[in-house]
Design a protein around this ligand. Structure first.
Ligand code: SF4
Length: 345
């Protein structure tokens, strides 16, 4: 349904050109839920925002690649053409609803505005204010805002953080988009509300067939929702696969590091979580080899000298790591076996 092929995105800054995305391939299937995970600065949000060409053309440039929706390259669309896609075909929600909602307008009017902008009646005219208002109440009910008929007249500051994110989902779903992109949608919320928002998104996928891309720095947050996961680091996808591949059969040391930093069920409360030492690479001068080499305890000389190609582990599961190369002295030892053997063959 949506295919990203060889995407490269750079930003001009005073310090130089930041190569934020350096050749990303991703696929979202119809009705699928794809999670893109990684630390901040890994390129996940830049990739997602490129789908709707949301970057400031004054500083961002799409250096290479294609973003194909039903075979048509969105990167070649004019601003006018992409505007027709935004909201109607593909919608997006962000981490902080307060920055996306207009504080001076009631939430009802904000939903009505979106509906009247995109929706047409059978004669091709904008839908009436009355019809849009009825639809807005339905949408607020759909995202479980209590007393929707009354609360439609309230302003964003009168809603809690979780309710504001629900309102954003209602706006994003107003025109029944085929794809919903959620950029860190639950980061600002407490754990219980986070679970409710993710459950709501899962419901959209189940009941409306909406395909979802969820961006997160937190593996734990996406575990309950993702069908497929892509792990990004240093502007590249370093591992991708089904959720089972990534959570139970991961092969990349960075994926392992991300998972080790998530609290496990039954873990003692006083046990410190593992964290990945070091900092991500400078993408103004990205490393020629594996971007994770400076932080990887398995790094070999070849890792610093050459970028590993993707190793295809199964139909869905791919990983970019020299440990998986057939010539590697550790001969495809899985990370678990490698750790048990203390790095010795
Ligand atoms: Fe570590 Fe080398 Fe694999 Fe990169 S390629 S993750 S440095 S072992």
């Amino acid at each position: 349904m949506l295919e990203i092929k060889g995407l490269k995105v750079s930003f001009r800054t005073y310090s130089g050109e930041v190569q934020a995305v350096r050749g990303v391939d991703l696929e979202l299937e119809e009705g699928g839920i794809l999670a893109i995970v990684g630390e901040s600065g890994c390129g996940k949000s830049v990739t997602a925002q490129s789908i709707l060409k949301l970057h400031d053309p004054g500083i961002a440039s799409y250096k290479d690649g294609e973003i194909l929706l039903d075979g048509k390259d969105l990167l070649k669309f004019s601003e006018k053409e992409i505007q027709k896609i935004r909201g109607k075909e593909i919608s997006m929600i962000f981490q902080d609803p307060m920055t996306s909602l207009n504080p001076t307008m009631t939430v009802g009017n904000q939903i009505i505005e979106v509906l009247r902008e995109h929706e047409r009646d059978e004669k091709g005219h904008k839908i009436s204010k009355k019809a849009a208002r009825e639809r807005a109440v339905e949408l607020l009910k759909m995202v479980r805002i209590p007393n929707a008929e009354r609360r439609i007249n309230e302003y964003p500051h009168e809603f809690s953080g979780g309710q504001r994110q629900r309102v954003m989902i209602a706006i994003a779903m107003a025109c029944a988009p085929r794809i919903l992109i959620a950029d860190e949608p639950t980061t600002a919320l407490d754990v219980t509300v986070q679970a409710q928002i993710l459950e709501l998104m899962k419901e959209m996928q189940r009941e409306r067939g909406t395909s979802i891309i969820i961006i997160s720095h937190d593996m734990g947050a996406v575990a309950s929702i993702a069908k497929n996961v892509a792990v990004m680091y240093g502007g590249l996808v370093v591992e991708s696969g089904t959720a089972e591949d990534i959570f139970y059969r991961h092969e990349h040391p960075y994926t392992k590091g991300l998972l080790d930093s998530v609290p496990k069920a039954g873990q003692r409360k006083d046990r410190e979580l593992d964290s990945i030492e070091g900092t991500p690479p400078d993408l103004i001068k990205p490393p020629v080899g594996c971007p994770f080499a400076d932080r990887c305890k398995y790094a070999m000389q070849i890792c610093r000298d050459h970028l590993p190609e993707e190793t295809v582990l199964s139909d869905d599961h791919k990983c970019r790591c020299w440990l998986l190369d057939s010539e590697c002295p550790h001969k495809r030892l899985s990370l678990r076996k490698y750790d048990d053997s203390d790095g010795e063959e």
